[in-house]
Design a binder for this molecule. Structure first.
Ligand code: FEO
Length: 397
């Protein structure tokens, strides 16, 4: 009995992907409170057929059943591998073992990965480069090389007749519910979080990719995670800002406090920023969702990091946060580092150096022994005012 949910997104083009309602971590790191999807698309041309991207290991049979529900896996001519990461390429060897004539289509770097990760023999791989086309009869697949989004082999596929872009991870979002963009109310928030986690470190390449697709007329964007954009303008506009590192009058506050003293130093900064009309996003590092931190860093102009000294350096949670900031490479311009210590300082200097290595201008770094005094609090208030001024006087880029 055919019961799998398949969605036609254009004539003879079907979503045959899988929804993973239970996945709670990506990269063994990023929380996925709303699960995710592995979108796979079946294209039935007049003469030939193709599957664009596959699914995460564990969902191979579901994908097989869906393909067979609309067509027949044995008749499939091409599997397009836009990206070699297992969440999209994990079913390739299974599908190719069920059909001994289907060819894998990917970039040159993708071919190396397909051989290494999935044991695909060379004679079953068709290497394509920028602007190469494959004609399925009445549907033309055009490939757009878009490297380092976020692996070196990544490419996009564009169907000329239907004006649909399949960009794999790019424009993606980790959310399992909804098929189309208008079904998920806060989709841009999910997309921003995804951008922060996956694409932000590659903003330069993301900008190049965005330039490359500007010449294409795009009616639908069908990424490989999250909903399909029937109205692509919204996400294109958001990406334009994010890839350009456009910041807002906003600060991300990351802190933790062992005995409340560091918190006493951080709270006045939040109050001052707010009273100066600056949006603040506050994350207590002991409980926060680091995906939310990544999302806030996408467009924050400043960061405030508060950490006590733990033994002889920054608290491990603050080191983790500063390492995350370093890895994600946000467009943050300004920073303040605050902290208190019991018997040995050093945390503030350590974190200050890590922020400065990212070319973040640290407008204040202040460490106190124990409880901040009234004089210390006066100094903190001054730091808050200085940061507010710098945030407001600075341009978006
Ligand atoms: Fe969704 Fe980079 O894999």
């Amino acid at each position: 009995m055919n019961w799998r949910n398949i969605v036609q997104i254009s004539k003879d083009i079907y979503w045959v992907g899988a929804k993973d309602w239970n996945r709670r971590l990506f990269d063994a790191l990023i929380p996925l409170p709303s699960g995710t999807t592995y979108n796979s698309y079946l294209i039935l041309g007049k003469d030939k057929s193709a599957l664009i991207d596959t699914v995460n290991p564990g969902f191979e049979k579901e994908l097989e059943e869906k393909v067979n529900q609309v067509s027949n896996l044995e008749n499939l001519d091409y599997i397009i591998m836009n990206h070699a990461e297992p969440d999209h390429a994990g079913a390739i060897s299974y599908l190719m073992s069920k059909n001994n004539k289907v060819m894998l289509v990917c970039t040159n770097k993708g071919a190396t990965m397909a051989k290494k990760f999935y044991n695909i023999p060379e004679n079953r791989i068709k290497v394509v480069s920028n602007d190469y086309t494959i004609n399925l009869g009445n549907k033309t697949l055009r490939f757009v090389e878009a490297p380092m989004l976020h692996w070196p082999e990544t490419m996009f596929t564009y169907i000329e007749e239907d004006k649909i872009l399949f960009p794999c991870d790019f424009f993606g979002a980790h959310v399992a519910y909804g098929i189309f963009d208008d079904e998920v109310e806060n989709l841009i928030d999910y997309a921003q979080k995804y951008f922060g986690e996956i694409m932000m470190p590659f903003r330069v390449m993301a900008k190049k990719a965005l330039e490359k697709i500007k010449s294409l007329e795009i009616r639908i964007i069908a990424p490989s995670h999250g909903p399909i954009y029937k109205n692509p303008e919204r996400i294109l506009k958001a990406y334009e800002k994010w890839v350009n590192g456009e910041t807002r009058i906003k600060a991300t506050i990351l802190y933790l406090s062992m005995w409340g003293n560091t918190e006493k130093m951080v709270l006045p900064i939040i109050d001052i920023l707010n009273s100066e009309g600056i949006e603040t996003k506050v994350h207590n590092l002991t409980v926060t969702d680091i995906g939310e931190v990544a999302k806030d860093l996408v467009d924050s102009r400043a960061i405030v990091l508060g950490t006590p000294t733990f033994l002889s350096g920054a608290h491990p949670m603050a080191v983790y946060a500063s390492h995350l900031v370093k890895a994600l490479r946000p467009p943050t311009k300004f920073g303040i580092v605050l902290g208190s210590y019991g018997w040995s300082g050093g945390a503030v200097q350590q974190i200050k150096e890590s922020l400065e290595a990212l070319k973040i201008e640290v407008v204040g770094a202040f460490e106190v022994n124990g409880l901040p005094t009234e004089k210390d609090m006066d100094h903190i208030v001054e730091l808050g005012k200085t940061l507010s001024k710098r945030i407001k006087e600075s341009n978006a880029n």
